[in-house]
Design a binder for this molecule. Structure first.
Ligand SMILES: [Mg+2]
Length: 203
C-alpha cells in the first residue's frame, strides 16, 4: 500500500492573517537534508574524491570520474532569500561521508543575488549536523545549539522515514524526486504556516 504523507489539520483557533513581511509569517529556522534534497545524488555512493571546481564556475563541482555535483537549479536563490530574511539555515544529513559533504559545500560556488562576489555554499549554513543516525538526534542538536523552539523549524527532506522529527514539533516537507524548487519551498512554508494558524494576506 502506498504510504501517505501526514496531513495537516485545520488550526483549532482558525487563522490569523499577517502581512508577508511580518516576522510571524516565517519560521525562525529552515533546515535542509543534502542528498536528493539539495543535490541529485548520494554523496557517499555516487561521488569519488577528490572533488574540484573548475575555476570560478558556478554551482558545479566535478569528481575524480567526471561526475558533476550541483545544487538543484532554484536552490541558490532560496538560500539567498533565507539569508536576506535573516532566517537561520541548517543542514541535517545522515550521510556516511560527512567530511566529503562539508568539503563539497565549502567548494561549491553560488551566484550572489545582490551583485557582490560569488559566495561559497557553506556560508549560507548557520548550523550543520552531518553524520549517520536518526534525524531526531540531528534536530535535538540543532535545538540545543540554537535555542530555537522545534515549532519554529521547517525541514525539507526526501525520505519518508524522517517524518519522525515531527514528533519533536518540527514541520517536515517531503521533497519529491525532482528535488527542492521554489514551488516546493512555498508548499513547505504553507504547511508550516497552517500549523501555526497563520495565513499570509495577499493584497
Ligand atoms: Mg536525502
Amino acid at each position: 500500500m502506498p504510504r501517505k504523507r501526514p496531513t495537516t489539520p485545520e488550526p483549532v483557533g482558525g487563522y490569523r492573517e499577517v502581512n508577508e513581511n511580518d516576522p510571524d509569517a516565517w519560521p525562525l529556522l529552515v533546515a535542509f537534508d543534502l542528498d536528493y534534497t539539495l543535490w541529485d545524488l548520494w554523496i557517499d555512493t555516487h561521488i569519488s574524491p577528490p572533488i574540484k571546481r573548475n575555476g570560478d564556475v558556478l554551482n558545479q563541482l566535478v569528481d575524480r570520474r567526471g561526475q558533476d555535483l550541483s545544487f538543484y537549479r532554484e536552490v541558490p536563490s532560496i538560500l539567498s532569500e533565507l539569508k536576506r530574511r535573516r532566517i537561520h539555515v541548517a543542514a541535517a544529513s545522515r550521510t556516511s561521508a560527512p567530511e566529503l559533504a562539508r568539503e563539497a559545500l565549502g567548494l561549491l560556488l553560488l551566484p550572489s543575488e545582490e551583485g557582490g562576489d560569488h559566495v561559497r555554499a557553506i556560508t549560507y549554513f548557520n548550523t550543520m549536523e552531518i553524520y549517520p543516525g536518526s534525524k531526531l538526534r540531528h534536530f535535538k542538536e540543532i535545538h540545543r545549539k540554537t535555542g530555537i523552539p522545534y515549532d519554529q523549524m521547517l525541514f525539507f527532506d526526501d525520505e519518508h522515514r524522517n517524518f519522525e522529527v515531527e514528533s519533536l514539533g518540527v514541520t517536515m516537507q517531503l521533497v519529491p524526486p525532482s528535488g527542492t524548487d521554489r514551488k516546493l519551498y512555498n508548499e513547505g512554508l504553507s504547511r508550516w504556516r497552517k500549523r501555526k494558524g497563520i495565513r499570509v494576506a495577499h493584497e
